[in-house]
Design a protein around this ligand. Structure first.
Ligand code: SF4
Length: 340
């Protein structure tokens, strides 16, 4: 919502300033999904405002719930008719994380990702990012009586190609007078945008940084993550080393395991060497993500091969998790968001 416009409107209508605070509280804290739910305002005022202002800049077109009920994929419509997807994930009992999109499509075009196939349509505005939280939060409260605890910028798009809007959205999400999440509950995942990593270290040192790595040799990474041609592994290593040195924070390394592509023993050894060239193993958590079907010519490795790769990385001294694939039956898992 355009709060400046709302403020001017209230002033012009001769209404007291506290009405503005009531609306802000209802939107950000109360997660009102419609003006009817802003019951603190008198009904005639609500009616007047509903004709002038949309509460959210995104409109929920669909909410698909996975068979196990642990993932919900939202299809949101934007004012220009474009569509984005956002996923709620129930990773632990009563702990919900929201994976938000930052762009319509994505310019990076990783060949294993459904979003990348579309190319970039446009950046999202700060409101369009924040409102994914407000709309999904309203759904979660109504349907399950629960709250979103974490936000992951890992949906459609490369967040650091839209840095200003992402930064503004993080400020709204962490502002105690608005959404009020702690910075440690926010994670931003990049495909390796080096200038973005450097800005992020200065602007949001308490937020979490994740790197979608997927390969630790330039030739393969150029293919799997084409952004690597612009920011090769040597530059990425330097940026991550500086990030760790200045923030003293652990970095999350995302590694999509594709059978016969990046999951051999020698590739595990190369990953170990590259990470150690950046910093000691204690500064990394490696999230192994078995490839999710996206209609691309890659295969998910068998369970025992995933185990071997994970075991090797543990032997090298790293903390390793194998990501549970929530929501692949609703095409809401990593790499599957296509805005359909
Ligand atoms: S994996 Fe991430 S960076 Fe790569 S195309 Fe998909 S959304 Fe973009």
């Amino acid at each position: 919502m355009d709060f400046q416009k709302l403020s001017a409107f209230l002033e012009k209508s001769g209404l007291p300033a506290f009405r503005m605070k009531q609306v802000r509280d209802a939107v950000y804290r109360g997660l009102a999904a419609s003006w009817d739910e802003v019951t603190v305002l008198p009904a005639p005022l609500r009616e007047k405002l509903s004709g002038e202002f949309h509460l959210h800049s995104v409109e929920q077109l669909e909410a698909q719930v996975s068979a196990k009920g642990d993932a919900v994929k939202f299809l949101f419509g934007l004012k220009d008719g474009r569509k984005i997807e956002t996923v709620l994930l129930n990773l632990l009992p009563e702990k919900w994380s929201l994976c938000v999109s930052t762009q319509v499509g994505c310019p990076v075009r990783c060949p294993f990702c459904a979003t990348g196939k579309k190319g970039l349509k446009r950046n999202l505005s700060p409101d369009e990012i924040t409102d994914q939280f407000l709309a999904a939060g309203a759904w979660l409260r109504k349907e399950r009586g629960q709250k979103i605890g974490n936000v992951i910028f890992m949906g459609m798009g490369e967040p650091f190609y839209n840095y200003d809007a992402v930064g503004e959205a993080i400020k709204v999400m962490t502002d105690p007078d608005r959404i009020g999440l702690g910075q440690r509950h926010i994670s931003v995942s990049t495909a390796g945008h080096v200038p973005g990593i450097r800005r992020f270290a200065k602007d949001f040192p308490q937020c979490n940084l994740a790197i979608s790595l997927h390969a630790s040799e330039d030739a393969l990474r150029n293919e799997l993550v084409p952004l690597n041609r612009q920011y090769p592994l040597s530059q990425l290593a330097k940026a991550l080393n500086d990030y760790i040195f200045s923030t003293r924070r652990r970095v999350f390394v995302e590694y999509v395991l594709m059978d016969g592509v990046n999951n051999s023993r020698s590739q595990a050894a190369k990953l170990n060497s590259w990470l150690r060239s950046v910093a000691a193993p204690k500064y990394f958590t490696i999230n192994l993500i078995p490839y999710n079907r996206t209609g691309c010519p890659y295969r998910t490795p068998a369970k025992d091969r995933i185990k071997v790769f994970a075991g090797l990385m543990e032997t090298y001294g790293f903390e390793v998790t194998v990501r549970k694939s929530l929501g692949d039956d609703i095409a809401g898992a990593c790499g599957q968001l296509a805005g359909k």
